[in-house]
Design a protein. Structure first.
Ligand SMILES: Nc1ncnc2c1ncn2[C@@H]1O[C@H](COP(=O)(O)OP(=O)(O)OP(=O)(O)O)[C@@H](O)[C@H]1O
Length: 643
């Protein structure tokens, strides 16, 4: 068997550069980060040989329209250049075997992938590296000239050309890259990425003027005259960096991953789904100003800025690599934020109240998963209740039985009536609220929490005396017959406010049950069977008619059956509208029918009055023109057909 000769992959560098520029990096600006990072790493490497070696990084702008980055780092021999610089994917900063096991990347270096220099081809057609090694003092200085088409030249320089070990990288811009190398832009970018770099970087323009890049030590590491001065400095930093003055600042310090920084508590509410961006520096270099993975989801009320040595970047170096370390860091930062909240509850109630005012939604989201926080903060959280917007503790003191609605509309409709009957109701319709209120007894034993159901409301409303109930018997029987069609019971009660003629109390379970029954009626045999087997005996809705309401008293006295039925349908329809629940087609038909029916009666009564019939209320008898004789009812049923 003959063996085919082996071949080597060819790499089209232009294609690779396009790939990086358009898909790996978010912007061409990263070229400067890569250059600064290589310079810092080179100095780190040299200092490992000689702790007193100079640490200078100088960026010269306006050099033939491009830039020059000089460092006093470890430098490269000709062999190093071939091995590391001219081989894509090879890096001197990984384990000795050069493998891609990222966990083996040496702790001290920022780079590790061996592709960073390629980012320079996004803005430059040609990169020149002149270097002299600090490892081998006899090795000549070397010049490498690489082009974006993948070709490079290398030559040894005459001795004496480069006085000191170190490296100088020169970029000459591409036609479409010059804006990124323009002096002011370079200064801004260098400060953006390099403010916390551990070695000083300076920018020298073509007039020789020098600007500083670093802004170290980090604002959280500086010495201040007093805690107040520190607080103010941190607040000033948040203002200039994030454009807000924080409610408070939480120090972050996780020595195991060399992480230090601060979490700023946002002064305004944010939507729980909108996660704030965090500024993450890796060994001083800014990795991202919008990293989201750093804190747990629930902590959406902070924006952090941190510098860490222990986390790893993705290859684009614009996000954090998701691994166990990152997950542990996230948990630890979460724990720190939780401790801060616990601390507030113990020692700074004013700030806690301000925090809860702004972020109660966040805290509610958090308390669902965290029993300790639940115990600590649930009593402080505000809820919409029949006593107004109050904390649960305050509410539970006034109401040993806390009733909670399942929806906002249920609360809107029932709350005033329940309140006047002495019931304490919490609006459970907002996100998390019902779940949290139900957990109150865990925190405050002795308090009872129950869902508000139709029976509870009607049981707390005043019953009417037997004589009045008897007098209304005919009306009630008719009302029950009418409402039975809508799976609704009818009860007569006295309640406040007097102005409400009737209310419909219902719950979601009952509504689902009715919906299921409707579907099962319309479905074919198989589905009807399945839906039928899902059925349960959910409570029926209840139309509670207010005996104190003057209109009800009048309606109860209407002798005419058709008008009385239309009036009952109208009452039901109005209560339905007040309940603000979604209307079904049958509900629309009912509203239409009763409205048109009432208009018919009103028009007929007006006609009777105008012709001088003199029958008083115009709906009392079956006499000529009276609507009850059939006209209105017929029209109403016509209307039913139209819908
Ligand atoms: N200023 C410099 N001084 C000394 N060596 C350098 C310098 N710049 C680059 N190198 C060498 O070239 C190699 C490749 O650099 P490159 O920026 O492409 O990748 P890297 O820094 O190793 O990893 P990353 O892709 O994560 O940046 C480096 O590993 C290093 O050995």
């Amino acid at each position: 068997m003959s063996t085919e000769p082996g071949h080597t992959f060819q790499v089209d560098l232009r294609g690779l550069v396009d790939l990086l520029s358009h898909h790996l990096y978010s912007s061409p600006k990263v070229y400067l980060r890569e250059l600064m990072q290589n310079a810092v790493d080179a100095i780190t490497a040299r200092r490992q040989l000689d702790a007193s070696a100079p640490a200078q990084i100088r960026i010269r702008t306006g050099v033939n329209g491009g830039i020059q980055v000089e460092d006093s780092g470890i430098g490269l021999t000709e062999a190093d250049v071939h091995t590391f610089l001219a081989t894509i994917g090879r890096s001197s900063k990984r384990a000795e075997d050069g493998g891609l096991d990222l966990s083996a990347a040496r702790q001290d270096f920022i780079g590790q992938f061996g592709i960073g220099l390629l980012a320079c081809f996004v803005v430059a057609d040609e990169i020149t590296v002149v270097s002299r090694s600090a490892r081998d003092s006899n090795a000549p200085a070397v010049e490498w000239r690489g082009r974006s088409d993948g070709t490079y030249q290398i030559r040894a320089l005459p001795s004496g050309t480069v006085a000191e070990p170190g490296t100088t990288v020169t970029l000459i811009p591409r036609a479409d890259g010059s804006e990124w190398l323009e002096p002011n832009r370079v200064l801004r970018l260098a400060r953006h990425f390099g403010s916390l770099l551990r070695y000083d970087v300076e920018i020298v323009d073509r007039f020789g003027d020098v600007s500083k890049v670093n802004d170290t030590p980090a604002v959280w590491d500086r010495q201040y005259g007093s805690p107040l001065a520190r607080r103010e400095a941190l607040a000033g930093y948040a203002k200039s960096t994030f454009d807000f003055t924080p409610l408070d600042t939480i120090d972050l310090d996780l020595p195991l991953v060399g992480l230090k920084g601060v979490a700023f508590v946002l002064p305004t509410p944010v939507h729980p789904t909108k996660r704030s961006g965090h500024r993450v520096h890796l060994k001083g270099m800014l990795l991202s100003d919008s990293a989201q993975e750093l804190v747990p989801d629930w902590a959406f009320f902070v924006s952090c800025v941190v510098d860490t040595t222990g986390l790893r970047p993705t290859a684009s170096r614009e996000a954090l690599y998701e691994d166990e370390t990152l997950s542990a860091v996230r948990d630890a930062i979460g724990e720190r934020i939780r401790e801060w909240l616990v601390g507030l509850a113990a020692s700074d109630l004013t700030l806690l109240r301000r925090f809860i005012d702004v972020h109660h939604l966040a805290v509610k989201a958090l308390a669902r998963y965290d029993d300790r926080l639940l115990a600590l903060l649930l009593p402080w959280l505000p809820f919409e209740t029949t006593d107004g917007n109050v904390s649960l503790d305050e509410f539970a003191r006034a109401h040993p039985v806390v009733l909670v609605t399942q929806s906002v509309e249920e609360f809107r409709q029932v709350a005033p009536i329940a309140a006047s009957a002495g019931l304490g109701v919490v609006n459970g319709g907002y996100v998390y609220d019902r779940e949290l209120v139900h957990r109150l007894p865990e925190v405050r034993p002795g308090v009872t929490v129950a869902d508000l159901d139709p029976e509870t409301v009607s049981a707390h409303l005043d019953t009417v005396d037997p004589a009045a109930e008897l007098a209304a018997a005919a009306f009630l029987a008719r009302a029950r017959a009418v409402c039975d069609k809508f799976d609704t019971d009818v009860a007569l009660r006295s309640f406040q406010p007097v102005g409400v003629p009737a209310m419909l109390v219902d719950n979601r379970e009952a509504r689902h049950e009715r919906r299921r029954a409707e579907l099962s009626a319309d479905a074919d045999e198989l589905w009807a069977g399945i839906l039928g087997s899902l059925g349960s005996s959910a409570p029926r809705a209840q139309l509670i008619v207010n005996h104190l309401n003057p209109l009800i008293r009048k309606i109860a006295d209407i002798p005419d059956a058709a008008l009385s039925e239309t009036a009952i349908e109208a009452l039901y329809g109005q209560a339905l509208l007040l309940s603000r629940r979604p209307l079904r087609p049958a509900d629309h038909a009912l509203l239409n029918r009763s409205f048109i029916g009432l208009l018919e009666f009103a028009a007929a009564a007006a006609g009777t009055n105008a012709t001088g019939g003199g029958t008083g209320n115009g709906n009392g008898g079956n006499g000529g023109g009276g609507p009850a004789g059939g006209t209105a009812a017929d029209t109403a049923s016509d209307a039913r057909g139209d819908v």
